[in-house]
Design a protein around this ligand. Structure first.
Ligand SMILES: Cc1cc2nc3c(=O)[nH]c(=O)nc-3n(C[C@H](O)[C@H](O)[C@H](O)COP(=O)(O)O)c2cc1C
Length: 364
């Protein structure tokens, strides 16, 4: 029997929690540090550690735990289905300074769910029960789950929520879509509200939390304990601070396009990898900027120009033109994406690893 361990305190005592969503190839140490610079969430989650017979915790993901200087706790996420290997990996990760172990029950990439891991497990509640029992027994501290509301439909949702209760999961994140709905459908906040009512642990609401104002509405509609934010923190790394302001009833800080220029430069420098050719790094930047550009201008002109640059110099020239020249610097960075300005991924990276929830495969 595990003694119950309290969740780490958030920034604001008694206020709803905020978390940065795990995002493969995005939420590494560099990105977490950039987010922390602009106002850290209460919790971070690593991108998923793959778990199978030959797996060892990926070194670059371990860095986001071992070298965490954000001042906020990091949960380590696992994806897998082999009970013995999940237990082994959880025990290995517990030797690192993790806030807890998180299980991925949501990844919708066919390559992943066909192996019956991530979102694929939502088709097999009995297997989910075995995994939860195994991890609960292996993790003396916090054990958390991140799930979607079902695979094709919500037929198994209650059964899995009951398993979450039976195995005393400490925190549940619900992304309010089925696996088949991927990333673009409406988010079913009514099903998140259903989970909040049925689960005995706190629930984080996830999916299209676009802004502080949206976060407040979603919290009031679902009664969730907090929000988890993914793509909209790539677009707007300040988002957690306005959330806290909104929750505290304070005026929400507005951002200018000049602030965005600062973010792009910081992200560019933070994510540089030794030995990576400049044009590859520029192409990697485009994947983040696809999201940022949604709030720069209503015509998508920044996105149009940004997608055509090939060098660092061209990239920053475009940034200067759209973000600081003339009146631009004092224009507002929209708190929510402009309607119709789509963050489509580009296909220019030579090393596309589209095996999971990578930026290669996801559009907003
Ligand atoms: C690029 C990318 C990578 C992702 N990788 C993961 C992951 O490793 N683990 C996970 O549980 N979810 C992953 N997700 C899903 C997000 O955590 C989140 O549930 C989803 O994006 C919906 O939230 P949002 O609307 O705030 O982005 C990923 C999403 C994106 C966009």
């Amino acid at each position: 029997m595990n003694a119950s361990v309290p969740l780490p305190a958030g920034h604001l005592s008694g206020a709803p929690l905020t978390a940065l969503a795990p995002m493969q190839d995005v939420t590494d140490l560099a990105f977490m540090r950039v987010i922390a610079h602009y106002g850290a969430p209460d919790y971070f989650f690593t991108e998923f550690f793959r778990v199978h017979v030959q797996s060892r915790p990926e070194k670059h993901i371990l860095r986001s735990i071992d070298e965490n200087t954000t001042g906020r706790p990091v949960f380590a996420q696992l994806i897998g289905e082999d009970l013995f290997q999940l237990e082994r990996t959880a025990r290995e990760l517990l030797r690192h300074p993790v806030a807890g172990i998180d299980l991925n029950l949501g990844c919708p990439a066919p390559k992943v769910y066909k192996k019956n891991v991530g979102g694929g497990l939502l088709r097999e509640p009995a297997k989910v029960g075995e995994i939860l029992a195994t991890l609960r027994a292996a993790v003396p501290g916090l054990f958390t789950v991140k799930m979607r509301i079902g695979f094709d439909d919500t037929a198994n949702f209650d059964r899995i929520l009951d398993l979450v209760n039976e195995h005393r999961v400490d925190l549940l994140t619900v992304h309010g879509r089925t696996v088949k709905e991927m990333y673009r459908s409406e988010v079913h906040y009514d099903w998140i509200a259903h989970a909040v009512a049925r689960a005995r642990c706190p629930v984080l609401a996830n999916g299209n939390v676009l802004s502080a104002a949206r976060a407040a509405t979603i919290l009031s509609d679902t009664r969730a304990a907090g929000v988890m934010i993914g793509r909209h923190a790539i677009r707007n790394p300040w988002i957690f601070r306005p959330c806290r302001e909104q929750f505290a009833g304070q005026p929400v800080t507005r951002l200018s396009l000049a602030d965005v220029r600062d973010y792009i430069e910081r992200l560019y420098r933070a994510t540089l990898q030794p030995g990576l050719l400049e044009r590859y790094h520029v192409n990697k930047m485009k994947k983040y900027l696809n999201f940022v550009g949604q709030s720069v201008d209503p015509t998508g002109a920044f996105l149009h120009d940004m997608r055509r640059v090939e060098s660092e110099a061209e990239l920053f020239l475009i940034c200067d033109r759209h973000l600081i020249a003339g009146e631009a610097g004092s224009r507002e960075f929209a708190p929510e994406p402009y309607p119709g300005v789509i963050a489509r991924p580009n296909c220019e990276t030579p090393t596309a690893e589209a095996d999971g929830c990578s930026l290669e495969t996801i559009t907003a």
